[in-house]
Design a protein around this ligand. Structure first.
Ligand code: NOJ
Length: 551
């Protein structure tokens, strides 16, 4: 694929001080954050009530996972109406109140946009089904006749990301494509009505005052012409490594260029963030050329294990990849699709990002705290996932009967362990659902969850919550930390990372043993093991510990 990284110059008026370049963005997963009406499901009223908590935590923006009208076949990533709020989350008035209150508190709001597929209950899809083969509405999705004598075979060999074939046959004989669950039919982005509709949806939410969009499956909208077979029996293993005919096709970029133009019709710095699982960070750079999106999630960073050489390599590659397009690098350790980093790092490396084992919890928490301080010392924008500031582990022992992740059921329980990071978060030490709400919680919370609550950790200087608060306050006080595009690596023993930023040094010991180094300056903050000792110009860095230094 040949494409040019250099973008047409004229399109942007942004300056290096744009808020998003070094922003810390906190992901709220609405069903699990706070329940305002006591039905056991988080909602917009709950979120509104907790906005002051997020302001005090010190984040710049809040990204809300989908709250749109949806049958919830994939926890809201199956949208039936892009301009309506699901009653389980509230109303458009509630959304308006969240956006207004957030702005008054100095927080920006980013909403999730799901353009690759709709729900099978979307008006277009329902009508397309009802009208039968040949209906013009079927052209807005990928409806095709099957192969074989009676069309009994799917149109090609693509597999769903959630397991099983990516095609479902409808009673009249046609097949339709769904890269995810059958309840999530893929739009046909070659159709002008689809393109027009999404520009209109963008305007609807921009008019509501949102500051940006996190774009779901941003790499999936355009499929290779002719929908060619992949020809491999084990397709899911190819994902993320090879270019697939349904992912990362060059045609997606024209869509994002047109969306950028829509955003530029609006005042304020509104942003587009790509959820694009590309094979390399270099491929991610194409999504953030100056006339396309603003940021792309760095999943290569998320997937790197706790190892100094690997981390240094991915940091260097990420910064280098973003330089030619003048986009900020981004960093992320947890989200609603992967095992929380406190649990990933508690397990041996190489197990992937969806784990079933709790591992060594103390080790995982120590490393998670160290990993977060490393992330927050890097230039660019950082994404936090609700509850990581409490050091929450994944809930790895949820009974199968309560699991709701559609991929768990489609993959016969071999895969799909995303419920473990979606358990409602604890706010108080006691009480119904530990302060999540007054009516229980849609996924069971583990016993002892209250000990990890916001209430239990507030004011405890050794808590993970206070570590996050301190780190975010220091980062705000030193805007240079999020800005810039490079780190200066310093000499360090094997297994240790040391780098300088303006007036600042970060040292990270990823090994299992304490390491002695020359002390670079005055200790600002410690994440990991608190037993850092400085004496006569040297420091002893405990295992799995990051230290921030003023120099
Ligand atoms: C990515 C979302 O983060 C995930 O939760 C969802 O299942 C898929 N896209 C499909 O929309």
């Amino acid at each position: 694929m040949t494409q040019h990284l250099a973008a047409p110059a004229a399109h942007t008026t942004e300056t290096r001080t744009d808020w998003w370049r070094g922003a810390v963005i906190y992901q709220v997963y609405p069903r699990s954050f706070a329940d305002g009406n006591g039905d056991g499901m988080g909602d917009l009223a709950g979120i509104r009530g907790r906005l002051p908590y997020l302001r005090d935590l010190g984040v710049d923006a809040v990204w809300l996972s989908p709250f749109y009208a949806s049958p919830q076949a994939d926890a809201g990533y199956d949208v039936a109406d892009y301009r309506a709020i699901d009653p389980m989350f509230g109303t458009l008035l509630d959304a308006d109140a969240v956006i207004r209150d957030a702005h008054e508190l100095g927080l920006r709001i980013i909403v999730d946009l799901v353009p690759n597929h709709s729900s099978d209950q979307h008006d277009w899809f329902r009508r397309a089904l009802a009208e039968g083969p040949g209906s013009p509405l079927r052209e807005r999705y990928h409806f095709h006749p099957g192969k074989g004598a009676d069309g009994e075979l799917p149109p090609n060999d693509w597999e769903s990301i959630f397991g099983g074939p990516a095609w479902t046959r409808v009673p009249d004989g046609d097949w339709y494509l769904h890269l995810f669950a059958p309840e999530q039919p893929d739009f046909n982005w070659e159709h002008p009505a689809v393109r027009d509709e999404f520009r209109s949806i963008l305007r609807f939410w921009l008019d509501m005052g949102v500051d940006g969009f996190r774009v779901d499956v941003a790499h999936g909208l355009v499929k290779a012409a002719g929908l060619p077979d992949i020809g491999s029996a084990d397709q899911l293993k190819l994902l993320g490594n090879d270019v697939m005919p349904f992912f990362d096709q060059d045609g997606v970029h024209a869509i994002y260029r047109s969306w950028r133009q829509v955003l530029q019709e609006y005042a304020g710095d509104r942003i587009l963030v790509a959820e694009a699982w590309t094979p390399t960070v270099e491929r991610s750079a194409y999504y953030v050329r100056p006339d396309e999106m603003h940021q792309a999630f760095n999943f290569q960073y998320l997937g790197t294990s706790w190892d100094a050489a690997g981390l240094r390599a991915v940091i260097d590659a990420s910064l280098a990849a973003m330089r030619p397009v003048d986009a900020p690098a981004t960093w992320v350790l947890s989200n609603h699709d992967v095992t929380r980093h406190a649990t990933r790092l508690a397990n041996p490396p190489g197990l992937g990002t969806q784990l079933r084992t709790a591992g060594d919890r103390a080790l995982g928490l120590r490393r998670a705290r160290a990993a977060t301080l490393l992330m927050l010392a890097l230039p660019g924008s950082a994404y936090l996932y609700q509850g990581e500031e409490l050091g929450l582990p994944d809930v790895t022992d949820l009974p199968d009967a309560v699991r709701q992740d559609p991929s768990f059921h489609r993959a016969d329980g071999q895969d799909g362990f995303r419920d473990g990071c979606r358990v409602p978060i604890p706010w108080t030490t006691e009480g119904s659902s530990y302060g999540f709400g007054t009516g229980g919680s849609w996924l069971p919370q583990p016993t002892g969850w209250g000990e990890l609550s916001v209430q239990a950790q507030t004011g405890d200087p050794g808590s993970t919550l206070e570590l996050y608060r301190s780190a975010l306050a220091l980062r705000r006080a030193r805007p240079g930390l999020g800005a810039g595009r490079a780190v200066e690596w310093l000499d360090a023993p094997e297994g240790v990372l040391a780098f300088a930023r303006e007036g600042f040094v970060c040292t990270v010991n990823t090994t299992a043993a304490a390491v002695r180094l020359p002390a670079p300056g005055r200790v600002l903050l410690v994440g990991g093991d608190d037993g850092v000792e400085t004496a006569e110009g040297t420091v002893t860095l405990p295992a799995d510990t990051t230290v921030w230094w003023a120099v």
